[in-house]
Every structure is written in structure tokens, then in C-alpha cells.
Design a protein around this ligand. Structure first.
Ligand SMILES: NC(=O)c1ccc[n+]([C@@H]2O[C@H](COP(=O)([O-])OP(=O)(O)OC[C@H]3O[C@@H](n4cnc5c(N)ncnc54)[C@H](O)[C@@H]3O)[C@@H](O)[C@H]2O)c1
Length: 359
């Protein structure tokens, strides 16, 4: 009997081999792809990674990699200031793209990336991996099923301290490369989750501050949200925590959900009240333990499934654009010192930043 031909393994590339790239390598390999080429503008980093990862082709220039490496898919894992040009170059080469967050520095750039990928017929997924996290996915199912009633309040937090390093990593520390501080870097994930859990936002009121690091960007940010549904929300983003915390708290008219990575317990708490009682102890609590692969790997598996047309893209270019729109509106609100209705906001970072004074 003639053996059935094996399905072709996708050929994957990675542009940017810095901090986050290892998770892209692991994710592509877990999804059954061969990582056949990597690219980094820094020759030292590139050589180290090529050897450590045993990748056959290493390029300092992404355009050349797209010409020569015959890629099916690519991860763009470079600073946000480079995403626009690199995603457009990938689309022009007919390569499906998983682009790290935030999608871009402004909405025009984001739109041009979306259009380029649509015209080329390639998938554009944005790396808001929390959507693929087990707790987030389960919480979203409970919210959609009406298990906690109408959402009334969403609190979202992401905070860290650069792993105890004595400086902010250079690609994040300047407006030229990072675009914004913690509100853009961490806040874009949280804005995405806010939309994912509670729908459209119609007003934002933000404050930003630079308290710890000697940088031109904010290291501390707080945003109050009002959703179109009437629900409220709060976003807390900080580079001044001690340790790493991310979490969400969702209150609804019939119960609440909460999750944090703080205590290293992979558990989503669902509190509700079927029993009488007036104290917190008197509530009924269901915990959902989830296990398995980390969110980054799950999102890369989902990306490959979307490329094969066997699954939905969990975070489209439009989702990435909407997250950046909310971040820009928040900067603009902080800059003007007042709440801002969506639609009033500046659409590029330079304008949104105009009134913000940092040391
Ligand atoms: N989703 C997440 O959890 C998560 C976490 C960290 C970072 N990120 C995002 O990933 C991206 C990269 O972050 P990082 O922490 O890896 O940054 P990094 O500074 O550690 O690494 C970026 C790498 O890109 C290279 N580079 C820069 N411009 C390039 C170009 N034009 N062509 C090729 N290489 C280039 C740099 O030399 C560097 O090695 C950013 O958009 C960041 O926001 C996402």
C-alpha cells in the first residue's frame, strides 16, 4: 500500500529574537511548524539564538529573509515602532503574520497593516495572548452564558518591575522605540481584555505618572472606563510593582469572577450567593482549575489553525487596532486632564501625549 503523503509542516520565521521570542519559538514548534529562519538587527543576539535554537538560516535583514526563506508564517517580535513596516513586508511576500502587541503606534499604521494583509489574503493575528489563557477563556464562556448576570464592573491589572533589573529595557524606555510606557505596553493587553469581557467602551478618564524610573515615559497608569452597556471598569498598569502580577476581577448582577497569577494557583474563582448570609464567607464559591499549555503557546496553536482555515483568529488586526485606540484615548484624556468620549480622541501618539509632562 502506498503510504499517504504526510501533510507539509509549515515553515515559520521569527523577526526579533529578544525577550519574547523564545515563546514564539516554543509555540511554533508545539504547533508542528519548523522554525526555518530567524532575523534580528543585532548580529550578536542573532548568532546566539541561531545556535541555541538550531535554526538553519539567520538574517539581519527581514526583507531578505522574506525573499529567500520561503516562509508560510512569521512572528513579528520586534519593538512596536517597527511593526508597521515588517507586517507590510510579510504580507507583500504572502506570509501569514502573528504580530506582537501593540499592533502599531497609531491607528493609520494599524489600518494600513490590516488592509495590506487583507489584500494579500494572509492572516493577521495580534499577540494579545491573554485571550487564549485558560482562565480568561473560561471566564468569557461564563460571561457569555449569563452565569454572572449583567457585567457591572471589570477591574484589570498588569504590573511588574522588569524582573528586578536596574533599568527599563532600552526598546521600551524611549518614545521613539516603545511609543508609550506601561499604559501602552501593559495597558493595551488590558484594554483588549476590557473589550473582550464587557464590550465597547464609550468613555475613558486616565492619569499617568513617572515615579520610579528615569525615563521619558510613564511607569504608572490608571484608567477609569465606562462601557456602552453602562458598566464601569478600571485599568491598573505599572512598572513599579515588586514582582509580577496580572489579574482580572469581573462583577456581575448575579455573581463575580476573579483570577490573579499572584499566588501561582491556576484557579478561576466564581463567587455567587445561593445561600443566605451577609459576609464574604457566606458566599458560595466554585473554583475552576485549569491546566495545560501557557497562553502564548495556545495563541500560536490558534494562529496555525486560523492559517489552515480550521479555527477562528482569536485576536484580529481590528482587535489590535481597537486596543490601541483605547490606549490613545487614555493618553489624550491624561493629557487634557478630563474624561474623553470615544470619537473625541487623538489618533496618533504624539498628539495624545501633548499635555503630558514627565520629568
Ligand atoms: N505578549 C507578551 O506577553 C509580550 C511580552 C513582551 C514583549 N512583547 C512585545 O514583543 C515585542 C518585542 O518585545 P521584546 O521584549 O522581545 O523586546 P526586546 O527589546 O527584548 O527584543 C526586540 C528584538 O528586536 C530586534 N529588532 C529591532 N528592530 C528590528 C528590525 N527592524 N528587524 C529585526 N530585528 C529587530 C532587536 O535587536 C531585539 O533583539 C514588542 O512589541 C513587545 O511589546 C509582548
Amino acid at each position: 500500500m502506498t503510504p499517504r503523503p504526510r501533510p507539509k509542516r509549515p515553515r515559520a520565521g521569527i523577526v526579533g529574537t529578544g525577550g519574547i521570542s523564545q515563546l514564539h519559538l516554543d509555540g511554533h514548534r508545539a504547533a508542528g511548524a519548523d522554525v526555518v529562519a530567524i532575523c534580528d538587527a543585532d548580529p550578536g543576539t542573532l548568532a546566539e539564538r541561531a545556535e541555541a535554537w538550531n535554526v538553519p538560516a539567520a538574517y539581519e535583514d527581514a526583507a531578505r529573509m522574506f525573499r529567500e526563506a520561503e516562509l508560510d508564517v512569521v512572528s513579528i517580535a520586534t519593538p512596536v515602532s517597527t511593526h508597521h513596516d515588517l507586517v507590510r513586508a510579510a504580507a507583500a511576500a504572502g506570509v501569514h503574520v502573528l504580530c506582537e502587541k501593540p499592533i502599531a503606534l497609531d491607528l493609520d499604521q494599524a489600518r494600513s497593516m490590516i488592509v495590506a494583509c487583507e489584500r494579500a489574503g494572509v492572516v493577521l493575528q495580534i499577540g494579545h495572548q491573554l485571550r487564549s489563557d485558560g482562565a480568561v477563556a473560561h471566564a468569557r464562556r461564563l460571561v457569555d452564558a449569563g452565569t454572572i448576570g449583567e457585567v457591572s464592573y471589570v477591574r484589570l491589572r498588569q504590573a511588574h518591575d522588569w524582573g528586578g533589573a536596574d533599568a527599563v529595557r532600552p526598546s521600551f524606555a524611549t518614545r521613539a522605540t516603545g511609543g508609550g510606557g506601561t499604559l501602552l505596553d501593559n495597558g493595551c493587553h488590558l484594554m483588549d481584555l476590557a473589550r473582550y469581557f464587557a464590550g465597547d467602551v464609550d468613555e475613558v478618564f486616565a492619569r499617568v505618572a513617572t515615579r520610579r524610573w528615569p525615563i521619558e515615559l510613564e511607569d504608572t497608569a490608571h484608567v477609569s472606563l465606562r462601557f456602552a452597556s453602562g458598566a464601569l471598569g478600571a485599568i491598573e498598569a505599572s512598572w513599579t510593582a515588586t514582582g509580577w502580577e496580572e489579574g482580572f476581577w469581573i462583577y456581575g448582577t448575579r455573581g463575580s469572577l476573579e483570577w490573579t497569577n499572584r499566588h501561582q494557583e491556576p484557579v478561576l474563582r466564581h463567587a455567587f450567593r445561593d445561600s443566605p448570609g451577609t459576609t464574604w464567607d457566606g458566599t458560595d464559591v466554585a473554583t475552576v482549575a485549569y491546566a495545560g499549555e501557557r497562553a502564548h503557546t495556545r495563541q500560536i496553536r490558534a494562529f496555525h489553525a486560523a492559517v489552515r482555515d480550521e479555527g477562528e483568529n482569536p485576536c484580529t488586526g481590528e482587535d489590535g487596532l481597537e486596543a490601541v485606540r483605547l490606549v490613545l484615548a487614555a493618553y489624550d484624556s491624561a493629557s487634557r486632564g478630563r474624561p474623553l468620549r470615544l470619537g473625541e480622541e487623538s489618533t496618533d501618539l504624539a498628539h495624545a501625549f501633548e499635555g503630558i509632562v514627565t520629568p
